[in-house]
Ligand binder design. Structure first.
Ligand SMILES: Nc1ncnc2c1ncn2[C@@H]1O[C@H](COP(=O)(O)OP(=O)(O)OP(=O)(O)O)[C@@H](O)[C@H]1O
Ligand SMILES: O=P(O)(O)O[C@H]1[C@H](OP(=O)(O)O)[C@@H](OP(=O)(O)O)[C@@H](O)[C@@H](O)[C@@H]1OP(=O)(O)O
Ligand SMILES: [Mg+2]
Ligand SMILES: [Mg+2]
Length: 368
């Protein structure tokens, strides 16, 4: 049986964290070859891929993908650049959450109140901040993965405003017990883990605080820091209850359809004032999957599902013949996996097949 080739085009840091031997070897055992795309050469001149995985961005790269896709309409581009683009702006990113039409019963969800400031003039105009309650977090409007786009300031009062550099989003800070829930999505697989966040700010503390506090990627601790007993103790990470699985799964599935992406994660906080109200504060394309438990298995299963999908599309696989039934395909039984815990166990399982409509290709004249 022919090998299934997954080409990847990633920035060096991403390549280093994501393309680990453990992933490459597991994929290889199951008939999948992970092949680096040389970004110094035109994509069109490089080998034939079944899938192109990418996180590069930029107009030039998008053009290359479109050209490649026109010439090779059966190649799956994971994910379409225009869909990824929506996550590069913190307003359009969270608008996706507001678009979700999910029945809310015991638990509710939304996004924090926020405004966008495009220039310094608007920043100094008290009217533009009307209705916004301090403390607020100032976030760069652009979330393109640059170091700059992760630089945030926590503002306790209006005083700190003049030092900010628009375009920015001012988002109300919501007390949430110092723990965020990071929800990783890989196709139809969903995994929720706990991470360190900013501590709560009491009314009393707020009265004594002045100015602002700068920070960057507070939830991105090293493994050592995360495993540090003292750190877990102070944060009560272990004591923090996970959100009900249903609300996380509903948001994840809804978002996946709304933003038409297969590889992303989103950050959720639980509003301490209510205890059953959840707020989505951030969505990231192709996040640090290596930090997700059993990432090798989850990603390899995902590639297997893509292969199954392609085989079905090209008529190469009998409708009744699932990868589980055919050991030659080397894949494990297809599963819809959702798990929501503090991150130590492997993938959980209950059966369901991949939704074909969620495999999206870059649009081109010859794309079916
Ligand atoms: N509205 C909010 N209320 C309380 N805390 C918040 C809020 N927004 C952000 N935070 C805290 O600030 C951190 C950084 O914010 P955010 O996730 O928006 O930034 P980011 O740089 O895009 O993060 P990532 O590294 O996940 O891409 C969050 O992980 C959380 O700890
Ligand atoms: O890998 P990259 O450099 O892309 O960094 C991503 C980072 O993964 P890493 O921890 O492996 O660095 C992610 O962490 P987790 O949410 O998974 O914790 C998250 O911070 C993304 O926002 C980052 O993407 P960016 O927004 O900067 O493009
Ligand atoms: Mg975040
Ligand atoms: Mg982010």
């Amino acid at each position: 049986m022919s090998r299934f080739v997954v080409g990847y085009a990633l920035a060096p840091k991403k390549q280093q964290s994501f393309i680990q031997d453990s992933l490459v070897n597991l994929a290889k055992e199951r008939g999948i070859d992970l092949v680096r795309i040389d970004t110094d050469k035109p994509l069109i001149d490089q080998g034939s891929f079944d899938v192109v995985l990418h996180k590069l961005g930029g107009e030039e790269w998008t053009k290359q993908l479109e050209k490649y896709s026109r010439k090779n309409p059966n190649v799956l581009i994971i994910d379409p650049p225009e869909a990824i683009e929506r996550l590069h702006n913190r307003i359009s990113m969270l608008q996706a959450v507001s678009e979700l039409d999910i029945p809310q019963k015991n638990e509710t969800f939304g996004v924090p109140k926020q405004i966008v400031i495009y220039d310094s003039e608007a920043l100094l105009d008290p009217a533009s901040l009307e209705g916004l309650k301090f403390p607020v977090i100032a976030k760069p409007l652009v979330a393109d993965g640059s170091a700059k786009s992760h630089k945030m300031s926590l503002l306790f009062k209006r005083d700190g405003l003049d030092s900010l550099k628009p375009p920015i989003v001012l988002q109300e800070f919501v007390n949430h017990g110092g723990v965020i829930f990071k929800v990783y999505v890989v196709g139809d697989y969903v995994k929720c883990v706990k991470r360190k966040s900013l501590p709560d700010i009491t009314e009393e503390k707020l009265r004594s605080l002045e100015g602002s506090l700068s920070f960057s990627q507070v939830s991105n601790l090293t493994t050592e820091e995360r495993n540090d007993d003292n750190y877990c103790e102070t944060l009560h990470l272990d004591d923090t209850e996970m959100p009900p699985e249903s609300i996380i799964t509903d948001i994840a599935r809804g978002l996946r359809q709304e933003i038409r992406l297969q590889l992303f994660n989103f950050d959720v906080i639980r509003d301490s004032r209510f205890g059953n109200h959840y707020l989505v504060i951030d969505i990231n394309y192709f996040p640090g999957y290596a930090k997700m438990p059993s990432y090798e298995t989850v990603l390899t299963d995902f590639f297997c599902k893509l292969r199954h999908q392609k085989q079905k599309q090209s008529g190469g696989l009998d409708k009744e013949e699932t990868p589980a039934a055919n050991p030659l395909l080397g894949c494990q039984k297809e599963e819809r996996k959702t798990s929501c815990n503090d991150g130590d166990d492997g993938p959980s399982s209950s059966s369901s097949t991949i939704e074909e409509k969620n495999i999206i290709q870059v649009k081109g004249p010859s794309t079916p």
